[in-house]
Design a protein around this ligand. Structure first.
Ligand SMILES: *Cc1c(COP(=O)(O)O)cnc(C)c1O
Length: 357
């Protein structure tokens, strides 16, 4: 793929943020973006790297009314040797295509996806923080752009990639988060779009999250939509339990997002000395485990926070504390291992670390 390039004069480039470790999530953007357009009959065309700028769309564009939108979330890291590293980016390319398929949108060639990211990252290398914990967040997204109000799949799409330097989720060690279990709202139902990384899933979850925050929790722990009994995930993170000395996580049943951090934690488990189990977990089993001491840790796993220890679970008006709200040793172990791999400090036996060249 030949990507055209619209360069910015050196003196017009944005100044870098002074302390990347203090960067808030997703508020600052780099100088450039990647775009590529699709139209029926012609396929994907006009790959282009150009200045980061507003999009111009008709108010009747599909995405505003019928939400044909999918996205990805990745990070680029800079190693001590100055290499640009990504973590399992082909997994993101594949997942983007599965999301696109589910939303009736045209797929993007995996190699072209990766090439677009690599060329953009090489051009924007000065934005990739060198401090451990800080990174350059990558947000690829595809939207339906056809200007037509009839309900149907758009015949035109825009694929874009924007970059945002971000600080570490945890400034000093870990802070545990608190989760509110909603037994009325659901995030995704059987046969729905829970498995796709699409904005609509998030729009539908905002009200429950607002209620959780009003009650003093940080996020929602979702249960299945049918019985409101079985644990699903935390919205932007998959969830893990250390139960009876085993690593347990809900099995992927079609409503849970296929997290790449989740997959990596499961694949690391055996090598780190813990048996992993993917299965149904009822909320009663979690509560009972906390009360009996069989459940020793809970943590979330996702690209943004990597590993996020859970210290408190609120369910039906009662609070249950996990591990006295301290970070558990397994959360710490998985966090250190993943971060070490991502920054190129731990030998990569799995072939997960991708060097941008
Ligand atoms: C992105 C996302 C995750 C985490 O996936 P990673 O690939 O690990 O970043 C989990 N749940 C939902 C709903 C998500 O959108």
């Amino acid at each position: 793929m030949k990507i055209s390039l619209e360069l910015i004069a050196e003196k017009k480039l944005k100044p870098l943020f002074k302390d990347p470790l203090m960067l808030p999530f997703g508020r600052y953007f780099t100088d450039y973006m990647f775009t590529m357009e699709y139209s029926q009959g012609q396929g994907w065309q006009n790959p282009c790297i150009k200045p980061h700028q507003p999009l111009v769309l008709q108010p009747s564009a599909n995405v505003f009314h019928y939400s044909q939108e999918v996205f990805e979330g990745q990070k680029a890291y800079q190693s001590k040797k100055g290499e640009i590293l990504m973590f399992r980016p082909l997994e993101n390319a594949r997942r983007l295509n599965r999301s696109l398929q589910r939303l009736c949108m045209p797929e993007i060639d995996e190699n072209n996806f990766l090439q677009a990211e690599c060329e953009l990252l090489k051009l924007e290398k000065r934005w990739i923080p060198t401090q451990k914990g800080a990174s350059l967040y990558i947000r690829p997204a595809v939207i339906g752009t056809e200007a037509a109000l009839g309900v149907k799949a758009s015949s035109e799409y825009l694929f874009f990639i924007i970059l945002s330097p971000v600080g570490p989720y945890f400034k000093e060690g870990f802070n545990s988060v608190s989760l509110w279990v909603s037994d009325t709202y659901s995030r995704a139902g059987s046969g729905g779009t829970g498995e796709a990384k699409t904005g609509g899933n998030y729009a539908g979850s905002l009200l429950a999250t607002r209620e959780a925050i009003q009650k003093g929790y940080s996020q929602v722990l979702w249960l299945d939509a049918c019985e409101h009994r079985f644990i699903e995930e935390v919205g932007a993170m998959n969830i893990f339990f250390i139960l009876n000395g085993k690593l347990v996580t809900p099995a992927l049943d079609g409503t849970i997002l296929h997290g790449i951090t989740r997959k990596s934690v499961l694949e690391l488990a055996a090598g780190l000395g813990i048996q992993a189990e993917e299965r149904k977990i009822a909320i009663e089993e979690v509560i009972e485990g906390i009360q009996s001491g069989k459940l020793t840790e809970v943590f979330g796993a996702g690209t943004a926070a990597v590993i996020s220890p859970v210290g408190k679970i609120g369910y039906q008006g009662k609070d249950y504390l996990v591990n006295e709200q301290r970070t558990g040793t397994w959360a710490q172990t998985f966090f250190k291992t993943l971060i070490g791999l991502q920054y190129g400090e731990i030998p990569d036996r799995h072939g997960w670390v991708y060097k941008v060249q």
